[in-house]
Each structure stands twice: as structure tokens, then as C-alpha cells.
Design a binder for this molecule. Structure first.
Ligand code: PAF
Length: 280
């Protein structure tokens, strides 16, 4: 497995694979089984697998965790090598944002000004910009993203559609710890007590699933019940809990079709997200 640092190196390396399928797994590193599941899927479906490893400064707001975001390139390279990745693209910040950089991709306001976008203004603009750059640099046939970032996935699909980017976006299921906590590089921030408290969001999503299975169909009544449940959990501050249409994040009143139950909480200094897609 080769580690590439520059756009020109990526272009040179991939020029040799004109008639092969290229899979891209965009990541910010500090790999866990969620990342590895994306890489395994790419490995199974594509001739060449490129993993980008870049903690993207433009998607972090002031006071967020850009500086302390966990980084361990050596460990990441070992793990990626074990699952058969061909290339890691790990550029320095100056390679992605050279002096004078000033072009950003502004995703649909309708998709980005809600849920995570409310407490993280500018976040999806940063994601949209870096993902568009990565797709332009690698020009993959397929790109793999985790369903845990459900809003990000919907936004990326809309960018690819709106800007006619010739790539298939593949969404992969959430990978969970044994007790149900969604895997996240940010879980490493949690103390032992916070780790237990963090389960509250998953438990609330499970409650939502159960209530829907029992016939609950009024979205605002269900949301009230779930918020009440979550606000009783110790150590947890609710950022949001939403019930929306899975395809386009539009609000729903009466539950039906494919719906997304999604939330974000703060446990201590750590912000965590999770979601479930339910067929009603
Ligand atoms: O989901 C992530 O890890 C990041 O938002 C992504 C897609 C790699 C862009 O920096």
C-alpha cells in the first residue's frame, strides 16, 4: 500500500488504471470498524481502492475539535493495509487549501440548514467542498460513506446529482459497539462514565423504533415522547432529535414510507450523532 501526499501523485498513480474501477473511501482517519467496513466494501466492488485521510479544517467551526481530533496515521495505514487498500491519500492542509484558495461548494440550504447544520453552521459547506475536491482529484467510479452521517450522505448525493459528478455514492450501514453505541472516532473523547451516558441516544432511537412498531404514527407526538425520554437521561444535553423523510430530510407529520430518526447529543464536551432509518 502506498501513501500519497500530493494531487499530482494521485493523478500519476491512477493514470495506470484507466479501464479499472476505482473506489474512494473519504475519511478523517483514526479508523474504527465503521471505516473498515467501507474499505472492505470498496475492496469487494472495485479494482483499485483509495482511502483519503484528511482532517478537513473547513468543516470545523470556531471552538470545535479540529485541533484535538484524534490522529494516528501509522496505525491507520496498518489497518488499511490489512483490509487490502491500495492507496492512502493523506495530503497536508496546504495541498488541499493552497494560498489564495477561495472557492467553496454551497450545498442546498434546504438540506443543510437543519439538524446538524443548526448547531454547526458552515459545517456542510466545508464537507461539500472537500468531498467535491476529493471526487475531482481521485475521479472514482464509486465513493463510500457511512450512514451514521445520514444528513451528510443525503447532501453528498444531492451535490453529485446537482453538479453531474460521474460517481456512484454508496451508503453503508452504521457499525455499532456491542452495546449499540455507534462507532465514531469521537468516542475516544469519552470518560468511562460518559461512555455509559452516551448510550442514551441509541436507547432513545430504539424506543422510537419500538413505538413505531406498536403503531405510533403522529411524528410530533412521537418526537415529544422521545425528547422527554432523552432529557431524563443523566449527563446528556440534547442538540436535536428529528423525524424526517429519509430521502430528502423533509419534515413528516404522519409517519409512512422510509423515515429517518436522527439525533445529536452532547455528553460532557463531546458531541455525538446517531440515527435509524425505518420503513413504516
Ligand atoms: O465523514 C467524514 O469523515 C468527513 O465528513 C468526510 C466525508 C471525510 C469529509 O471530510
Amino acid at each position: 500500500m502506498k501513501i500519497l501526499r500530493s494531487v499530482s501523485e494521485v493523478r500519476e498513480e491512477l493514470a495506470g488504471y484507466r479501464n479499472k474501477t476505482v473506489g474512494l473511501v473519504p475519511t478523517m482517519g483514526y479508523f474504527h470498524d465503521g471505516h473498515l467496513s467501507l474499505m472492505r466494501q470498496a475492496r469487494a466492488e472495485c479494482d483499485v481502492v483509495v482511502v483519503s485521510l484528511f482532517v478537513n479544517p473547513t468543516q470545523f467551526g470556531v471552538g470545535e475539535d479540529y485541533d484535538k481530533y484524534p490522529r494516528d496515521e501509522k496505525r491507520d495505514a496498518e489497518l488499511a493495509g490489512e483490509v487490502g487498500v491500495d492507496y492512502i491519500f493523506a495530503p497536508p492542509v496546504e495541498e488541499m487549501y493552497s494560498e489564495g484558495f477561495g472557492t467553496f461548494v454551497e450545498p442546498s440550504q434546504e438540506l443543510s440548514n437543519k439538524m446538524c447544520g443548526v448547531s454547526r453552521p458552515g459545517h456542510f459547506r466545508g464537507v461539500a467542498t472537500v468531498v467535491t475536491k476529493l471526487l475531482n482529484i481521485v475521479q472514482p467510479d464509486k465513493a463510500y460513506f457511512g450512514q451514521k452521517d445520514a444528513q451528510q450522505l443525503v447532501i453528498i448525493k444531492s451535490i453529485v446529482r446537482d453538479l453531474n459528478i460521474p460517481v456512484e455514492i454508496v451508503g453503508m450501514p452504521i457499525v455499532r459497539e456491542r452495546d449499540g453505541l455507534a462507532m465514531s472516532s469521537r468516542n475516544t473523547y469519552l470518560s468511562k462514565q460518559e461512555r455509559k451516558q452516551a448510550l442514551a441516544l441509541y436507547e432513545t432511537l430504539c424506543l422510537g423504533k419500538k413505538l413505531i412498531a406498536q403503531g405510533s404514527r403522529d411524528a410530533s407526538a412521537l418526537k415529544k415522547q422521545l425528547v422527554a425520554n432523552l432529557s431524563r437521561k443523566p449527563g446528556v444535553e440534547i442538540d436535536y432529535l428529528e423525524i424526517v423523510r429519509a430521502e430528502d430530510l423533509k419534515p413528516v407529520e404522519r409517519l409512512g414510507g422510509k423515515i429517518l430518526l436522527a439525533g445529536a447529543i452532547r455528553v460532557g464536551d463531546t458531541r455525538l450523532i446517531d440515527n435509524m432509518i425505518l420503513e413504516v
